[in-house]
Design a protein around this ligand. Sequence first.
Ligand code: F6P
Length: 318
Amino acid sequence: MQKIAVLTSGGDASGMNAAIRAVVRSAIYLKMQVYGVYQGFEGLIAGNLKEMTLGSVADIIHRGGTILQTSRSNLFMEEKGIEKAKKNLDELGIENLVVIGGNGSLKGGYEISRLGINVIGIPATIDNDIVYTRSIGYDTAVNTVLNAINHIRDTATSHGRVFIIEVMGRDCGEIALAAGVAGGAESILIPEIKTDLEQIIAKIKAGMNRGKLHSIIIVAEGVYPVMDLKNYILERTGQDTRITILGHIQRGGTPTAADRILASQMGKMAVDCIANGQKNLMIAGWDERLQTIPLGEVVNGSKTPELGMFELARVLSI
Ligand code: F6P
């Protein structure tokens, strides 16, 4: 009987539970034995594994976070940690590991695959910064941000204020871009495009000239200090400006249908790959267009966002 272990690692993302459920149910459907690893790679090193049943994944498809819990493991960066993890899998006779997580987690998976474990990656991070694929959790995060923009827009319009909304994304502007376009933001600041402060000011002034006092500016984290931006806007336009930093609210919440479906498809495909003897790859794509990419290619890749979206935002926010 083939044995599979499944873990979630790195920042949690809504839809991880749907992916765990799909892995466990598909494995049991194919008469495989499946183990859940608790607390990600830290748990793998500590030997924190438990066999999972159909019941272990009941009533979780709609829940955010991850029932297996997660960690950002420093121990797994070291040879010693990876070897200990491999030993724990060997002791239980587990040859296959499904890693659900972002770039750092897939890198961890790649490292243990070099010791002989067959690793299948499932991309899951709100940042959507993994090459060749949409990642689980991104759609939910974008919709959470969009909901926040809608709320803020009401008060911004009522008071005639400028609002700066800082969103997550690490080094990637995908959340900012998508939520900004969908939310009708006046300006969107992302790491991939050099910030043009004068353009922001020009837009606010153009709005004021035609009687529009409110303005929404989306800033991807780390791109520009939001306090400095607020002061600069005040100084140059005199406009009453407020800041909202959305933070970890973007990571939680019930997953959207799109994330649940993507997670379910990817989870099943990961198990099918194992059953077919395919090794060391990541499930990639979206909608019906799923494919497999060698893990080595994933960990050496770097994603370029769809800058067509930026052009779209630029034209529509004139
Ligand atoms: O990678 C997901 C993410 O939420 C990033 O957008 C953010 O920069 C980071 O994780 C925050 O990490 P932590 O939860 O460890 O503070």
